[in-house]
Design a protein around this ligand. Structure first.
Ligand SMILES: NC(=O)c1ccc[n+]([C@@H]2O[C@H](COP(=O)([O-])OP(=O)(O)OC[C@H]3O[C@@H](n4cnc5c(N)ncnc54)[C@H](O)[C@@H]3O)[C@@H](O)[C@H]2O)c1
Ligand SMILES: O=P(O)(O)OC[C@@H](O)[C@@H](O)[C@H](O)[C@H](O)CO
Length: 570
């Protein structure tokens, strides 16, 4: 029996690493078409490529695929022949390439009609777009005559699908072995729109025929893609680069879980999914995303914020659905605010978003990009997004300040030693409250005060001085300033708890015991030499501790200083 063919338009990660993988496994011959010369040349030259299915950290399968042809979009005759010989096409490009792809395919299908007029053909759309079918059809139909349109209506199926497999940028060491490798989470099921096929639908073990695509696509894009977007945009505020690291950060994870909780309720109300069903689905979303071996990146999930902030897409779409069912989308709104603050120089649509904010202002940009109208509800939502955007900018700035405090603290301790003065200088310089007198007065703090070591670690005391600069009891109000004084004490107590959690104790000798495995009598020169020999000023010694304490100080002061600022503006 002759082998069946599938033509895959777009030989990228999903084309090669998902559609290629599924159909090759089911015995299809693959024909790739791509606009990248380099990719097509490599596919043809190498004659095979690897798909890695990393189902978990330990279950990793490597598949070699070799039964394929690869053509550049300009190889008209070869592609024409391939379309003649197939009943199935998969489109695996981003939505911005839909129009050119549809125009090319319409011409090819018309040529096929001349040779195989009575044989239907199906186009499976593999993209993350709500109701992709009518959008693609409009492009496909665009230049057809009335007779051709009728032929397409009756013979060309445009089938939506839901791609849950994740295929991020592969690790560099894998690309060195096979430059065509596709690195995936190995998710195998492909839900397809059952009633959109013309003629006989192909039967693949991993196809799931879906009868109600409207509810299924919302469930997929408003949970999987929404969760990735929330993690990516919120995680980017704190400098995370991988989705797994966003999930490991409680401050970011809580936002994704909160947003999933909001949309879960809305999907139950809108489509009648049961709570048990949605809980299991959301557990799956987190599990598929929390795969360190797959290592999906923030940059990929955050890419193209202009598309992702569209009214129907993964963020505004769920927020509107929540509002329809009187569910407050608080976490979603915070993620949308963060998406507006996303700024990546090498992402064209992130640059465009920023340009729009600069030229038209944030309110106009929100309305335009998200397509929010003039109803009272949508106007309130736009205002809330604006507030969330301003808050996101502040979050990002404070995170950068905290990172900077770490770097300065680390460097000062490494070069100058004396952890009290180093923490004081690093944190106060970042916060803009440095005072020369305080810095100089802190000279004697070193080594648990005057090298005594059985007193408080001077990194802690240096941080207390920064808190004092900002929340002082002033000389001219010796008997007063009680509010400031107690705010100060509360901050010092928080610092204490964080310090103890990280270093075990605030006593210098105990910190040394934990860090270096012993204590030192720092009054003696010999012991001080031993302190150095144990790595006191190595990268993992006191410089790391000083960096962390300077960072904690900045993080700790954030809410107090922000609320102070707000009070002052009232
Ligand atoms: N990577 C994933 O994890 C993932 C998961 C689900 C869905 N998707 C969706 O799948 C689609 C493809 O994503 P990807 O990750 O494979 O991207 P990709 O960049 O790896 O692959 C896209 C390929 O399409 C080619 N291409 C673009 N325009 C073309 C055109 N007009 N004609 C021919 N070839 C063209 C590009 O050269 C590239 O090789 C996107 O819509 C994406 O949203 C991706
Ligand atoms: O491909 P995008 O840019 O639409 O979205 C990024 C990711 O959310 C997406 O690729 C998912 O990983 C994929 O859809 C699997 O759920």
């Amino acid at each position: 029996m002759e082998k069946r063919n599938i033509l895959i338009w777009g030989a990228g990660r999903i084309g090669r690493g998902f559609i290629g993988d599924l159909f090759s496994e089911s015995g299809f011959h693959l024909v790739f078409v791509d606009q990248s010369d380099k990719l097509v040349e490599l596919l043809s030259k190498n004659g095979q490529y690897t798909v890695v299915r990393a189902l978990s950290d330990t279950v990793i399968r490597r598949i070699q695929i070799s039964d394929y042809d690869a053509f550049h979009v300009s190889q008209a005759a070869e592609i024409e022949k391939a379309v003649e010989n197939t009943d199935l096409i998969a489109v695996a490009v981003f939505p911005q390439s839909f129009e050119s792809t549809a125009v090319d395919l319409a011409n090819l299908i018309l040529k096929r009609r001349a040779v195989r007029p009575n044989e239907p053909i199906n186009i499976i759309l593999c993209t993350n777009l709500i109701h992709a079918g009518p959008i693609f059809k409009e492009y496909l139909w665009k230049r057809l005559s009335a007779d051709e349109k009728k032929y397409f209506e009756e013979n060309v199926g445009v089938v939506e699908s839901l791609v849950i497999r994740i295929a991020p940028v592969p690790p560099a060491c894998e690309v060195e072995i096979d430059p065509l490798v596709v690195w995936t989470n190995g998710y195998s099921e492909l839900p397809v729109e059952a009633n959109a096929f013309q003629g006989q639908a192909p039967s693949l073990p991993t196809f799931r025929m879906v009868s109600d695509m409207r509810s299924e696509e919302k469930r997929k894009i408003y949970t999987y893609n929404m969760c990735h977007a929330v993690l990516a945009y919120r995680g980017d505020l704190y400098g995370h680069q991988l989705l797994v690291d966003c999930l490991a950060d409680p401050a970011v994870r809580v936002e994704a879980e909160g947003a999933l909780g909001e949309i879960s309720q809305a999907l139950q109300a809108e489509y009648g999914f049961s709570k048990t069903e949605m809980d299991a689905w959301i557990q799956g979303v987190i599990e598929q995303t929390n795969n360190r071996t797959v290592g999906d990146s923030v940059v990929r999930s955050a890419a193209d914020p202009l598309r992702k902030l569209h009214r129907d897409d993964r963020l505004i779409g769920p927020a509107l659905l929540c509002m329809k069912h009187s569910i407050k989308p608080a976490h979603l709104i915070r993620a949308i605010g963060a998406a507006f603050s996303y700024n990546k120089e090498d992402d064209q649509n992130s640059r465009k978003l920023l340009e729009s904010i600069h030229s038209k202002g944030i309110s106009n940009t929100i309305k335009e990009v998200c397509g929010l109208g003039d109803t009272a509800e949508e106007m309130v939502m736009a205002q809330e997004i604006e507030i969330a955007y301003e808050d996101a900018l502040i979050e990002k700035k404070w995170h950068e300040m905290a990172v900077n405090a770490y770097k300065l603290g680390f460097e000062y301790e490494k070069v100058y030693h004396g952890c009290g003065q180093c923490v004081y200088a690093a944190a106060s310089e970042v916060l803009g409250c440095f005072e020369r007198e305080t810095f100089e007065a802190a000279t004697g703090l070193s080594g648990g005060i005057g090298l005594l070591t059985d007193c408080t670690c001077s990194a802690f005391t240096g941080a207390v001085l920064v808190i004092g600069n900002l929340f002082p009891r002033r000389r001219q109000n010796f008997g007063g300033d009680r509010e400031n004084k107690y705010a100060n004490f509360a901050l010092v107590q928080q610092l204490h708890d964080r310090f103890v959690e990280e270093f075990g104790s605030i006593t210098c000798a105990c910190v040394h015991q934990k860090k270096y495995g012993r204590t030192f009598n720092m009054r003696s020169k010999e012991e001080r030499d031993q302190f150095e020999a144990c790595g006191a000023h190595s990268d993992t010694g006191c410089p790391e501790l000083v960096g962390k304490v300077a960072q904690f100080t900045v993080e700790l002061l954030k809410p107090a200083l922000l609320s102070l600022k707000k009070e002052k503006t009232i």
